[in-house]
Unconditional design. Structure first.
Length: 277
């Protein structure tokens, strides 16, 4: 299985295309894409070929795999149906959010922009190989392009999203071993050399607040004698403990949350079959 790269495209007409003829041609092409590709499945390898045209001698020189990598940026194309399922058009702009294998389809974005005289903002990220980037292209001309380490990339794309993502990741750090959380904090700090002094203080503050909360949580659970993902009998009901977050949270047998601000009396672990033999 590949790592999946998240791609997001916002497509409008280039300012140089005053009649918006290019985006009109694209919309017309999209209108017939599914029917055309269904009727002629051997003509096009995928939606990218259909929209921007495939090189005639690709199969003689390198085959579909290396052709797609070199020309589009990723080894697999979208089918017509998949392409249309992730596309939205409000009349002002066309937006797409989709995955590609291993790497972003920046080559496809550039070709699409050039052939239809489009302004395309293409952002992408992939947390397996840990990168994020952006391509801004107008009428085939690249206006901005970068690909950076994940945190640096998403910070440059959208700083608000960067802080949101950082806080979410911190929550995972504190779920289990607090010593490992400290290691995660230090390793992440090494990646944040693009932050200024005030922002680094904010990062430290977020960590300390999260650590304080995690220590309180650990103390509450230890006092209550609860272990994560262990089953307990609570008011005669079998529940699986998932953690404390201002309340004690459990899953019932239907995987629905059951929460208690204060633990009911008489709560006890569910005995395993081995323990009862």
């Amino acid at each position: 299985m590949p790592n999946w790269c998240n791609n997001s495209m916002t497509i409008t007409s280039s300012e140089s295309d005053t009649t918006q003829e290019g985006i009109k041609r694209l919309r017309a092409k999209l209108l017939f894409m599914v029917d055309d590709m269904t009727a002629n499945p051997k003509v096009w390898g995928g939606a990218y070929d259909y929209l921007v045209g495939r090189e005639n001698d690709w199969d003689e020189i390198e085959g579909w795999y290396y052709h797609n990598l070199r020309v589009y940026g990723s080894k697999w194309q979208k089918s017509a149906e998949d392409f249309m399922s992730v596309l939205e058009d409000d009349g002002e702009c066309i937006t797409m959010n989709f995955d590609s294998a291993w790497s972003p389809v920046t080559g496809f974005a550039q070709l699409l922009s050039k052939q239809y005289r489009l302004h395309i903002e293409h952002t992408y990220d992939e947390t397996g190989d840990w990168y994020a980037g952006k391509l801004l292209v107008d009428d085939g001309v690249v206006l901005e392009e970068f690909c950076l380490d994940y945190y640096a990339g998403i910070y440059r794309i959208d700083s608000d999203y960067f802080w949101h993502e950082l806080e979410n990741n911190m929550e995972y750090w504190f779920e289990d071993d607090l010593e490992e959380a400290q290691e995660s904090y230090e390793n992440t700090l090494k990646q944040l050399d693009f932050l200024n002094a005030e922002e680094l203080k904010e990062y430290e503050k977020l960590y300390k607040e999260g650590l304080e909360y995690a220590q309180k949580k650990e103390k509450m659970e230890k006092k209550a004698g609860l272990e994560h993902w262990k089953e307990y009998l609570v008011n005669g009901q079998k529940l699986k403990y998932t953690g404390w977050n201002t309340e004690y949270r459990f899953y019932d047998e239907n995987n629905q949350y059951v929460s208690f601000e204060k633990l009911p009396k008489g709560i006890k672990p569910v005995e395993t079959e081995e323990a009862t033999k």
